[in-house]
Ligand binder design. Structure first.
Ligand SMILES: [Zn+2]
Length: 697
């Protein structure tokens, strides 16, 4: 009897203990992760509120880039897997090995599979560590509980997907015509990120991006069947004029994971400026150069959430700061004209205001579409015409246009502007040949520049000396970056004997000076530098600082300083006395008089002003020639300075190809703009006292 009672008592006591222990074990170990997730979810968290990126506008207010609203359909696992977290519980339960919790869990992978009845399921794979207790057997085991042994494990599981998760996904697929499988896979990716602690169950994840407005409405209306899925607004970068000024505007791209880490460190102190993994960032042009100014700062909200991640209270809130607008100096009609004039050619065209340095058009061909840039990238990168290259700010051999600088250098050295030289078709026995096979005979400056006589300018260069040529090239802005704002501008290159000795220890030969005088050899110039130099020469030495940003204004319209900008005040150079007039007159002759190198392209000219321009056909070793046309209009009171540089087919010349392109660009400017209210006759009267008759007047 006594024995029996004792046994009952023992069973009761042990049984009770066992029950408590089992429950504890269940709560702490089996559902432990779930409760951890639960506990972690009752918390304060900061939520970031989006801002919108500033616009990029042309000089007349045309919007070239802007953020416009768009919608995604997003999912929250806390909403989809509700009211009970059935799916998450099943996933966490499956994350165990022999009933033990898997620690240092890494790389949980989820994939969609089919269960036997055809219902979709999740196959789960993971690795980690379990801690087993190794208890010795027999008597020792009764006294000593044993020691803990860590063991690496890998496992695979199949977990059914609850109907509560499948149905809304199926309904969304039915509503939108999207693939059910693709939607489920996005949901699983989110679940996977949650299991890998890269996301929270209340994070919204887009499953369908940039959906039509009708889908947004239907999703909003059909909420009871689409539990967990909801429309989410966002902003996307739009380029309303597509390829217009693409190389100036630039494009956006998603932040790459390795960059994300860098940016995270850089902006650690500023939550508003922080980047998130899916953020986009300016990748080229103004989008890149002024990325910081354009992007603004996110707002911040300190929120209290309940266990399902629902916002209970907003405790503190800082409003987002919208990005500032960048207003460009680009004139859209003339930019378009420049792009059309380049057509299918490979090359660039620059137009700038020789008084202020404002860049009015800056075209590079072929172009790309900023909106579809990421999709087109591989094709663009492989294109032999290199559409990604901003050719207006890359450097090229210049050829005969450099003769303008040779003249200034020679006059500065004391050579008389009236000096004449004998052209017999070649400079010396082995020097450069002239385009006139039998020579131009005795020739003075005006005709020599008009007809682009190589021999004349070889003589001029020899008199000036190579160091003097370098001095004037540098003075006019070659071999240095201009004050141009977008990134990626080439510096170009101008040689000199001293420089060559210093850089390579090589000597400088007489022939090098001859080549230099006519723009051949090592000289490299960007179209932008060329336009700036000709502007300076034709405006009596006003060297402008080219720029593409007119102003930056915040959302309230307050003007802000242009970051990184130094002074854009033009520099005044002192040109040799009378030099500018002489050069302008010769350049007008080259365009408007028979026999001028640019004359054929300007046949039938009936505008109330004249154009001053210089052609050139620059040789490139192992490559096609490059045709240039560089000048100003109107010739005697320039309102625009331009440079066109295009690849030539064999047998083509700058005068035949680049000059007609320049003409189309010049003609795209209204006469009133170019004449600036000044009487047109004055412009014409200036040239009437020269010997040769102008054409077509
Ligand atoms: Zn000649």
């Amino acid at each position: 009897m006594y024995k029996y009672r004792l046994r009952v008592l023992l069973i009761l006591v042990f049984g009770g203990c066992l029950m408590v222990a089992t429950r504890l074990f269940y709560l702490q170990v089996i559902r432990g992760e779930y409760w951890e997730d639960y506990a972690a979810s009752i918390q304060l968290s900061t939520r970031s509120s989006p801002t919108h990126r500033g616009r990029i506008l042309a000089a007349d207010g045309t919007v070239l880039a802007a953020d416009l609203p768009a919608f995604d359909i997003a999912v929250k696992l806390s909403g989809l897997d509700s009211p009970k977290p059935e799916f998450r519980s099943a996933l966490y339960k499956a994350l165990r090995v022999d009933g033990l919790r898997v620690r240092q869990r890494e790389n949980v992978r989820l994939a969609l599979t089919q269960m036997e009845q055809g219902r979709p399921a999740v196959s789960m794979a993971f690795a980690g560590v379990v801690v087993r207790r190794k208890r010795p057997s027999g008597l020792i085991g009764m006294i000593w509980k044993g020691k803990h042994v860590r063991e690496k494990v890998e496992a695979e599981r199949t977990v059914p997907i609850p109907r509560g998760v499948l149905e809304p996904a199926q309904n969304l697929a039915g509503l939108t015509g999207e693939s059910f499988r693709a939607i489920l896979e996005d949901v699983l990716k989110l679940a996977e990120d949650i299991l890998n602690k890269r996301a929270n169950s209340w994070d919204a994840r887009p499953v369908l991006e940039n959906v039509p407005y009708k889908t947004v409405l239907n999703t909003a209306v059909g909420q009871e069947n689409l539990r967990g899925f909801f429309p989410k607004d966002k902003r996307v970068r739009r380029y309303p004029h597509g390829e217009l000024a693409a190389h100036v505007v630039g494009y956006m791209g998603k932040l790459r994971p390795e960059e994300y880490e860098d940016y995270k460190r850089e902006y650690a102190g500023s939550r508003g400026k922080r980047y998130f993994l899916n953020d986009t960032i300016g990748r080229a042009g103004v989008e890149l150069r002024f990325n910081e100014i354009l992007r603004g700062a996110r707002g911040k909200e300190l929120v209290e959430r309940d266990r399902r991640g629902r916002t209970m209270r907003v405790l503190e809130s800082i409003d987002p700061v919208p990005g500032s607008d960048v207003h460009l100096t680009i004139l859209p009609a003339q930019q378009r004209a420049a792009e059309r004039a380049l057509g299918h050619r490979t090359g660039a065209a620059v137009v700038l205001d020789p008084r202020s340095g404002e860049i009015l058009a800056l075209a590079s061909a072929p172009r790309y579409n900023p909106a579809t840039f990421s999709r087109d990238y591989n094709r663009l990168a492989a294109d032999p015409q290199k559409p990604l290259l901003h050719k207006a700010i890359k450097s090229y051999p210049m050829g005969s246009v450099f003769k303008i600088i040779t003249a200034l250098a020679a006059w500065d050295k004391g050579v008389s502007p009236e000096a004449e030289f004998e052209c017999k078709g070649r400079y010396g026995a082995r020097g450069p040949r002239c385009s006139a096979r039998w020579g131009h005979g005795r020739i003075g400056f005006r005709t020599a520049l008009k007809k682009s006589c190589n021999v004349y300018f070889c003589h001029m260069g020899a008199n000036a000396g190579a160091e003097k040529l370098y001095e004037w090239a540098f003075r006019l802005g070659f071999d240095q970056k201009t004050a141009f704002e977008p990134l990626g501008e080439a510096r170009g290159y101008a040689p000199s004997p001293a420089r060559r000795r210093f850089e390579s220890g090589q000597g400088w030969w007489h022939g090098d000076t001859s080549n230099y005088s006519i723009g051949q050899g090592d000289l490299l110039v960007t179209p932008l530098q060329a336009a700036r130099a000709v502007a300076a020469v034709c405006t009596d030495g006003k060297l402008v600082m080219p720029h593409v940003v007119k102003k930056i204004a915040d959302a309230a319209g307050n003007e802000l300083p242009v970051p990184g900008r130094q002074s854009i005040q033009p520099k005044q150079l002192t040109l040799p006395r009378g030099g500018a007039d002489r050069i302008r007159d010769a350049l007008v002759a080259a365009v408007h008089e028979p026999g001028g190198t640019g004359n054929r392209a300007f046949g039938g000219w009936n505008k109330p002003y004249r154009v001053a321009g210089k052609t050139s056909t620059a040789e490139r070793s192992g490559d096609s020639d490059l045709g240039w046309f560089v000048g100003v209009a109107p010739a005697h009171a320039p309102r625009i300075a331009f440079a066109v540089a295009v690849d030539l087919a064999p047998g083509e010349h700058g005068g035949d190809v680049a000059a007609p392109i320049a003409r189309k660009i010049i003609e795209s400017f209204p006469d009133e703009f170019l004449m600036g209210g000044a009487p047109g006759k004055e412009d014409l009267a200036n040239e009437s006292d020269h010997g040769e008759e102008p054409t077509d007047l």
